[in-house]
Design a protein around this ligand. Structure first.
Ligand code: FMN
Length: 202
């Protein structure tokens, strides 16, 4: 039996829409074999720095505010300079991935995903992409398709600016986000199993 995989979902959400997406990502991860997922709001991050060193994968999530990750999420990113990077790159070789939510269809979400991928690279993490084809780019496709916004780098969700999180991202966006969580857990299990097999050959 393979080792248990631990996936953390670290996120910020000002008004609850991205929190809903984060829950979908965490549920997707937990649906993979041998996987436990933990949701961590950036406001609570100080309680988790040490435990995070033992996780196999960390998925980052933030709303897109003014074309990039929210200031609260950026504060978390900056804090890792001291708590992770300067400590000896303690997140090196973990799996990473990202998701973001915003009001507009595009709303410059791609910039937030790129920001997260560069952040993960600074920590020496292995970035996992979404792994879904374009969902809604033909006369025969609909808004119900997975990856309807067509991001390759991570999961994007759209929530109307004038509705609450209960009517936030569509079912298809939440399923797309769950897909990312499950894919990350699957890759983490593959990597962990492969590392164990290599160790046992030594
Ligand atoms: C300060 C601020 C800046 C925003 N900038 C953008 C933006 O650049 N692009 C966009 O599509 N939506 C933008 N929005 C809308 C939010 O991304 C959207 O309402 C989102 O669902 C909020 O997520 P949250 O409830 O998790 O905070 C902005 C909202 C705020 C409050």
């Amino acid at each position: 039996m393979s080792a248990q995989i631990h996936v953390a979902v670290i996120y910020h959400s000002g008004y609850g829409h991205t929190a809903k997406q984060a829950e979908a990502v965490a549920a997707g991860a937990a649906s993979a074999p041998n996987t436990v997922s933990t949701l961590i709001a950036v406001a609570d991050i100080d309680q988790h720095w040490e435990a995070l060193e033992g996780y196999d994968a960390i998925i980052f999530g933030a709303p897109t505010y003014m074309g990039s990750a929210s200031a609260q999420f950026k504060a978390f990113m900056d804090a890792t300079s001291r708590t992770v990077f300067a400590k000896g790159s303690v997140w090196k070789d973990k799996i990473a991935a990202g998701f973001t939510n915003s009001a507009s269809r595009s709303g410059d979400k791609l910039n937030t995903l790129q920001q997260m991928a560069i952040f993960a690279a600074q920590h020496g993490m292995h970035w996992v992409n979404l792994g879904l084809p374009p969902g809604h780019n033909a006369s025969t496709t609909t808004e119900d398709a997975l990856n309807r916004h067509t991001y390759f780098l991570g999961a994007g969700a759209q929530s109307d600016a004038d509705t609450g999180p209960d009517q936030g991202a569509t079912e298809s966006d939440l399923k797309t986000s769950a897909h990312l969580g499950r894919r990350v857990a699957t890759v983490a299990l593959e990597l962990s199993t492969g590392r164990q097999a290599l160790r046992s050959r030594d």
